[in-house]
Design a protein around this ligand. Structure first.
Ligand code: PLP
Length: 367
């Protein structure tokens, strides 16, 4: 993606040291728990292979959404265990999983049936998902004991890690957190006690109310933290470093008289004689089209507001209050000066969506 020749300066700078630092912080937080570095969706938009390299020393395994993402890592030479968080879509994947040491999540009956009927040359390590209240994937708590026994008795199964996923771990006092944890603990108590467990994503790992234990048999599944974002509403700031800086150049500057409108739909109207800078980034690059007027952009040492509807390849910002601006100056859409969380708040979305939607035409520059 980044080895082609690019003349347009628009780019996503990826800071491998920041990724390494954040992984080390996750490692510290996880205590004796094992760490699954979640690098699905092309490493949350950063480049899965590069992220896998950067965090290598701090994680015990990688997590991706589905098998195609895992095979890219195997092609790149990674030999660590890889967990498929959505499991398999068909039985054809099972021999591939066995061959490449991929560990599928088993969350519904068809997946279980396929495994019980498969003839595999190597036994498979699987993760069994319990639905403790998220109601998206997983067996209901009263099914888990049966499924777990079926897997346990299956000669093709090497190990079973019991897992669940929290729906509101980012909200410290959400009542569902404790309810889910209680249900998960009940399920765990009813199945083999020696088994490995996994409940925590980043938010559950960082939130203080959830005591998830600190045991070598526990896996923390951490994604967003690796990319420098604390998803919890906790007041104590974590010393995470932003791993992506999204950059676009000023490509034109114009004076717009009071009363004139800017951009498609004329949604922004100058309340004073204004100066408008046009930046070379748009929704085709992953900058959301629904970003409202006023969304902050960092340019020449200060925040300037988005002025006008986001176009496919361009945005316009109000630079009237900037002392100096020239064509070729580079704006930061998010990064060290303007956190992706601040931008996500302004746009009414979440950091995950902004990071993962940076499109393929934006070259990634690694340092
Ligand atoms: C994506 C994902 C994670 C990682 O979540 P973060 O909030 O990024 O830490 C953990 N577990 C599952 C099942 C996931 O799908």
């Amino acid at each position: 993606m980044s080895n082609g020749l690019h003349f347009r300066p628009t780019r996503a700078e990826i800071d491998s040291d920041a990724l390494r630092h954040n992984a080390a912080m996750a490692r510290k937080h996880a205590g004796h728990c094992k760490l699954l570095g979640v690098i699905k969706a092309n490493g949350y938009g950063h480049g899965a292979v590069e992220v896998a390299h950067a965090i290598n020393g701090s994680v015990d395994a990688y997590g991706v959404a589905f098998i195609d993402e895992a095979l890219k890592l195997r092609d790149a030479g990674f030999t660590q265990p890889i967990v498929l968080l959505e499991g398999c879509f068909s039985e054809a994947e099972l021999p591939v999983c066995a061959h490449y040491n991929l560990q599928p999540v088993v969350h519904q009956q068809q997946q279980l049936d396929a495994i019980l009927q498969a003839r595999l040359v190597k036994p498979l390590a699987v993760w069994l998902k319990a639905d403790t209240g998220m109601h998206r994937l997983g067996f209901s708590p009263d099914e888990v004991e049966r499924v777990s026994q079926q897997l346990e008795n299956c000669p093709q199964i090497a190990s079973v890690t019991l897992m669940t996923h929290f729906a509101n771990a980012d909200v410290t006092h959400h009542p569902l957190n404790e309810a889910q944890l209680d249900r998960f603990n009940e399920v765990c108590a009813r199945t083999t006690p020696a088994r490995a467990l996994s409940a925590a994503n980043t938010a559950a790992l960082l939130s203080s109310v959830l005591d998830l234990g600190d045991e070598a048999s526990q896996w923390c599944r951490t994604g967003i933290m690796l990319y420098g974002v604390d998803p919890t509403d906790s007041a104590t700031p974590m010393s995470l470093l932003p791993s992506m800086r999204l950059v676009a150049p000023v490509m034109a500057i114009r004076e717009v008289p009071k009363g004139a409108a800017v951009g498609y739909g004329s949604t922004w109207v100058a309340e004073r004689d204004s100066r408008i800078a046009t930046l070379a980034i748009g929704y085709a690059d992953g900058y959301p089209r629904h970003a409202p007027n006023g969304t902050p952009v960092w340019l020449n040492g200060q925040q300037v507001p988005l002025a006008g509807t986001v176009s496919m390849d361009m945005i316009t910002v109000d630079v009237t209050d900037l002392a100096q601006v020239n064509v070729g100056d580079e704006a930061e859409l998010w990064g060290p000066h303007l956190s992706v969380a601040t931008v996500a708040d302004a746009i009414g979305t979440i950091t995950y969506e902004l990071l993962t939607r940076v499109s393929e035409r934006v070259p990634r520059h690694y340092k």
